[in-house]
Design a protein. Structure first.
Length: 117
């Protein structure tokens, strides 16, 4: 079992930055693909970004490409999402997730991000 806990959400003005953190316990993260997802009110959960096990490859949704950066620290069992140039449409609950093979096996409880215009 892997437990994931997100932190770092909050209220920020448009154009500002936030850094989300995902702390894992239970197992080492090095075996997992790590991802961030978000869910806005009244909308389905959507993919934001992911990073493969060795951090050699990252993937982003078109809506955040160039503004968000995903990273991981396997030694400390952490994953991060640096969010810059935030827009009101980035307002959502952000979730951290871990995937071993083909599906996202573990999820955190989410952290709220609100971007004011």
């Amino acid at each position: 079992q892997v437990q994931l806990v997100e932190s770092g959400g909050g209220l920020v003005q448009a154009g500002g930055s936030l850094r989300l953190s995902c702390a894992a316990s239970g197992r080492t993260l090095s075996s997992y693909v790590m991802g961030w997802f978000r869910q806005a009110p009244g909308k389905e959960r959507e993919f934001v970004a992911s990073v493969v096990r060795g951090s050699s490859s990252t993937y982003y949704a078109d809506s955040v490409k160039g503004r968000f950066t995903i990273s991981r620290d396997n030694a400390n069992n952490m994953a991060y999402l640096q969010m810059d140039s935030l827009k009101p449409e980035d307002t959502a609950v952000y979730f951290c997730a871990a995937m071993l093979v083909r599906r996202w096996d573990y999820w955190g409880q989410g952290t709220q991000v609100i971007v004011s215009s």
